[in-house]
Design a protein around this ligand. Sequence first.
Ligand SMILES: *[C@@H]1O[C@H](CO)[C@@H](O)[C@H](O)[C@H]1NC(C)=O
Ligand SMILES: *[C@@H]1O[C@H](CO)[C@@H](O)[C@H](O)[C@H]1NC(C)=O
Ligand SMILES: [Ca+2]
Ligand SMILES: [Ca+2]
Length: 154
Amino acid sequence: MNKLFFGVLVSILVVYGSVDCRVVGSPYQLIGSKYYYIERSEEVTWFGALHKCQAIGGHLLSIKNQTEFDAIKSKLEVEKDYWIDINDLTKEGEFLSVVTGRNATYFNWHEDEPNNGGDDENCGELWYVNDEHLMNDDYCLEKEFFICEPKDQI
Ligand SMILES: *[C@@H]1O[C@H](CO)[C@@H](O)[C@H](O)[C@H]1NC(C)=O
Ligand SMILES: *[C@@H]1O[C@H](CO)[C@@H](O)[C@H](O)[C@H]1NC(C)=O
Ligand SMILES: [Ca+2]
Ligand SMILES: [Ca+2]
């Protein structure tokens, strides 16, 4: 086999291999400029969602800004609710991202939320009410759908 042919063959294998790893078999889809997994069939608790995202090499969705939120919102199904990363499990009323361990930075709550309903709502979701998905604090053991991002996605 001549060197040129060998080089071309290796290049093809490398390119094909990397495409294969990233696309085929990946649960993530490109939405806007980033990758996400939106669970649409199984509802789990917020803690269950943490594990499910980890199991696919990710973490719960951590929304960074309005642009990102709008892109994701357009892919959600009406009447369905989805867990995200924010929670005030550590200190009532202080919403941290479970991904960064720090104060969450982007919020877009439904009116009168977060209300810590029943003194026991500590997990963040995208809640569908009044014709749109916006943030709400909900009871962490409620079963809902969820959204994950790949682990190293900022
Ligand atoms: C929002 O975040 C995305 C990355 O998710 C970034 O590309 C974009 O520039 C940001 N937009 C604004 C308005 O900050
Ligand atoms: C985090 O947010 C809370 C309010 O929810 C605030 O009191 C606190 O100072 C913030 N912490 C940091 C490190 O910014
Ligand atoms: Ca709370
Ligand atoms: Ca609430």
